[in-house]
Design a protein around this ligand. Structure first.
Ligand SMILES: [Zn+2]
Length: 328
């Protein structure tokens, strides 16, 4: 089956570029494409579930990989490796997946974060395929809500060539995030490596700066979606309570990176946490609340579909995935 698919794809690709007569002269036994030429995603990565009357669609944007060494600021590498081993994950590098949310709320189509667009690792960038496969169109997005300004959350909003991906959407961003990343003095005094992050924010939002709606924490942004300030990971990092009827979901954004490390060990801080102690306090508070109140949670960097419940375990917590369901 694989070789049939590959040769048909090859013929079709050639037919686009060359005259049809040339395309049909292709040898049948042509070498298959190399494994690394295969598309990033397997089947389309979207998963739907309900929160009351709101339909939530988790949309996968592939993954990025980082060496484990140096990933956590305040833990011994041997202990980090043990945690990875306990989760049956590799002990040299970590794959960090990206999952955004699309919410159908009445007639509105609301996105929480936008993925990497065409600016991420080659193993990312699956978002638009998955979004379309889920039956959505970019022009139908009414609101884009941003949790914080790291590139893996905002680059999908604008392509590298400047194209706005969601032409009809209003954009809502945390006011504290805007104040920090748009501050020229902070950019100019930032370490060289961090200057890129400031440049990314300006590239993505600069052209629409006057139209961006800045929101404060603890505010209902659209019906059923309430922002909750969750600083530490970044100054304006925000999580969202999504409520409808009896349904409640806490979209935890980057309250933790991979749950096998940081839900299990909430005192560990990833190198992306800008204020480590504050990130730890926020993480403990929110995970404890989710466990106590038995709320369903969604993570940006958990294994797909990145949703489940939080249970107390040892000195930390664990993520208990939801049971996959074919029914919405
Ligand atoms: Zn992130």
């Amino acid at each position: 089956m694989a070789s049939l698919t590959l040769s048909r794809r090859t013929v079709m690709a050639s037919a686009g570029a060359l005259a049809a007569s040339v395309a049909f002269d292709l040898p049948v036994g042509i070498a298959p494409a190399r494994a690394q030429d295969a598309p990033v995603n397997q089947n389309p990565g979207f998963y739907r579930y309900k929160v009351g009357d709101i339909t939530v669609t988790a949309l996968n944007d592939g993954f990025g990989t980082r060496p484990l060494d140096g990933f956590i600021r305040n833990a011994e590498l041997a202990d980090v490796r043990k945690a990875m081993e306990a989760a049956y994950l590799p002990t040299d590098a970590i794959s960090i997946s990206y999952t955004t949310l699309a919410l159908q709320i009445g007639d509105r189509l609301v996105l929480i974060d936008t993925g990497n667009g065409d600016s991420g690792a080659p193993t990312s960038g699956a978002w638009m395929n998955n979004f379309r496969a889920a039956g959505f169109k970019p022009e139908n997005v009414s609101t884009v809500i941003i949790s914080h300004f790291h590139g893996d959350h905002i680059n999908g909003f604008r392509l590298k060539d400047g194209t706005a991906v969601f032409p009809n959407a209003e954009v809502m961003v945390p006011a504290a995030e805007w104040a920090f990343w748009m501050d020229d003095a902070k950019m100019n005094t930032a370490p060289e490596a961090a200057k890129n992050a400031f440049a990314t924010v300006r590239r993505v939002f600069g052209p629409i700066a006057k139209d961006v709606k800045q929101y404060e924490g603890d505010k209902e942004l659209v019906p059923g979606v309430t922002a909750i300030a969750a600083p530490g990971h970044t100054p304006g990092h925000t999580v969202f309570a999504i409520t409808s009827g009896k349904g409640r979901l806490m979209a935890l954004s980057d309250t933790t990176n991979h749950p096998a490390l940081f839900v299990r060990n909430p005192e560990w801080t990833a190198i992306f946490d800008m204020d480590g102690p504050q990130a730890i306090a926020t993480r403990r508070k929110l995970l404890d609340m989710a466990a106590t109140e038995k709320m369903q949670v969604a993570f940006y960097h958990a294994p797909f579909p990145a949703t489940g419940h939080i249970a107390k375990a040892g000195n930390g917590f664990e993520l208990v995935p939801v049971q996959w369901s074919s029914a919405i």
